[in-house]
Design a protein around this ligand. Structure first.
Ligand SMILES: Nc1nc2c(c(=O)[nH]1)N[C@H]1C(S)=C(S)[C@@H](COP(=O)(O)OP(=O)(O)OC[C@H]3O[C@@H](n4cnc5c(N)ncnc54)[C@H](O)[C@@H]3O)O[C@H]1N2
Ligand code: MOO
Ligand SMILES: [Mg+2]
Length: 420
């Protein structure tokens, strides 16, 4: 009788919608602690705190040209084609400060990026000037009037002191690095990378170094997951592959959940005789978040929580494992790093070829994006089965095919998840 019940339980899975499954995971895959990393190691990390400008940018009125800082009103007098001669009273290379203010009738030679002296309100570029000495004193000749403000970037134009510039949860890219450097932040507060344990189950699995044997395959999912974890900002901890043995898997899962922040497995989540991961999660039903999702591939994706840690058990089928990672593990790893937006971006694009498969579950079809005549097309992979491995490498998006569709014609607008 007990046996009968467990069989019913195994087959009678209730499918959750993808978004509900994601919500359940994110409720447990929460932000980790922060740490400080050197600026040169901050790229790709997520900011732990809001960063405010420590000074205005620019911090002083800055010359945008090599030339002469002048009082613009002085140049009015050359409107009729004449030349105005101004006494050069200062020389301001970049990195220096003016020795005094500019008064009408005087000018300062100034280089791009240097601080504009008080009193000056325009910089005339060198090419529009001539120089000569009058009574042994250098003078600059200007032939055309210049408007007040020309070639000067005023203090605080880009940002004022104290203004918020980088919000917490932002993924640090090159432009952010520039901002952090400019504001003198050599140690950047970021959320630590989650340690993500990965192991595969399957008595058919060989290591990459082993020769192929009859009936066996090399474990390609583990190295793929390792790369995906790293791409998502996690620190992969590779725990190898184990045979389809329930006790072995139980021990491994327990150790991994105690030691690491997140555990990902691949294989053995369906209803087959050796699908031990499914059995393992069902053993302690209270911990299960779900064991079926209304999606293809990866409908058998299973998730559990133990001691506050999340276990994501993906299908062994490579396509399902890949899609499962993108939909569930990537947002979990991003959320644990405090990402403001843990989900991959969705775009609306044009379907590049007919897609005839119909399904009562939402399909996530691996596809390749192409820009043609300024429009973006998504071309579904010819072989997109859950079990197909080789075409994963050709996909840079997943087309979302809703369940009610009766097949989609080329030219239809479709939503895609843009892969990194
Ligand atoms: N009677 C039913 N059979 C199956 C169902 C079902 O609902 N009823 N679901 C099918 C679907 S859908 C999928 S997806 C798979 C899920 O299989 P498992 O998650 O149990 O994975 P395995 O049985 O371990 O392996 C499936 C397939 O993938 C290969 N594999 C496994 N691990 C790896 C790895 N690390 N690297 C590369 N390839 C791997 C394995 O050799 C199998 O070919 O179940 C269907 N069956
Ligand atoms: O879970 Mo399976 O991948 O739907 O084909
Ligand atoms: Mg199986």
């Amino acid at each position: 009788m007990a046996n009968r019940e467990s069989v019913d339980n195994k087959f009678g899975r209730k499918a959750l919608q993808v978004q509900d499954a994601q919500k359940r995971i994110l409720a447990y895959a929460v932000r980790l602690e922060s740490e400080t990393v050197p600026l040169e190691e901050a790229q790709g990390r997520y900011l732990a705190e809001n960063i405010a400008a420590t000074h205005p940018v620019p911090a002083f009125n800055r010359s945008g040209m090599d030339g002469y800082a002048v009082v613009a009103a002085d140049t009015e007098n050359c409107r009729e084609g004449g030349t105005v001669w101004l006494k050069v009273v200062d020389n301001i290379p970049c990195g220096s400060v003016p020795s005094g203010a500019i008064i009408p009738g005087t000018a300062a030679r100034i280089m791009t990026g240097a601080q504009v002296p008080d009193g000056a309100d325009a910089v005339v570029m060198l090419e529009a000037t001539e120089t000569r000495e009058l009574d042994g004193i250098p003078h600059v000749g200007i032939h055309k009037p210049i408007a007040s403000g020309r070639n000067i970037t005023p203090r605080g134009l880009e940002i004022s002191e104290g203004e918020s510039v980088l919000p917490a949860g932002r993924k640090i890219a090159a432009g952010d690095i520039a901002v952090l450097a400019a504001f003198g932040i050599p140690g950047v507060p970021v959320i630590r990378r989650p340690k993500v344990a990965v192991f595969a189950t399957g008595s058919e699995l060989l290591d990459v170094k082993e020769p192929l044997q009859p009936g066996k395959i090399r474990n390609s999912n583990s190295p793929m997951l390792e790369a995906l974890v790293r791409e998502a900002g996690g620190e992969p901890v590779m725990l190898g592959a184990i045979a389809d043995d329930l006790d072995l898997a139980r021990g491994k899962v327990q150790m991994a959940l105690e030691t690491y922040d997140l555990v990902i497995t691949t294989g053995g989540v369906s209803v087959g005789d050796y699908d031990i991961m499914g059995d393992l999660v069902r053993e302690e039903a209270g911990d299960m978040l779900f064991n079926k999702v209304a999606m293809r591939p990866g409908s058998v994706t299973t998730a559990a929580v133990r001691g506050g840690k999340v276990l994501l058990a993906f299908s062994g089928n490579p396509g399902a494992c890949f899609v499962g990672f993108q939909l569930f593990a990537r947002p979990a790893i991003a959320n644990m790093q405090g990402a403001a937006e843990p989900f991959l971006p969705e775009w609306t694009v044009i379907l590049g070829a007919d897609y005839a498969k119909v399904n009562n579950y939402t399909r996530f079809v691996r596809a390749r994006l192409e820009v043609r005549d300024g429009s973006v097309y998504a071309h579904p992979a010819v072989i997109d089965e859950s079990s197909a491995m080789v075409t994963i490498k050709d996909s840079d998006c997943l087309i979302i095919v809703p369940p009610e569709e009766r097949g989609l014609a080329a030219g239809t607008k479709v939503r895609v998840i843009r892969l990194p």
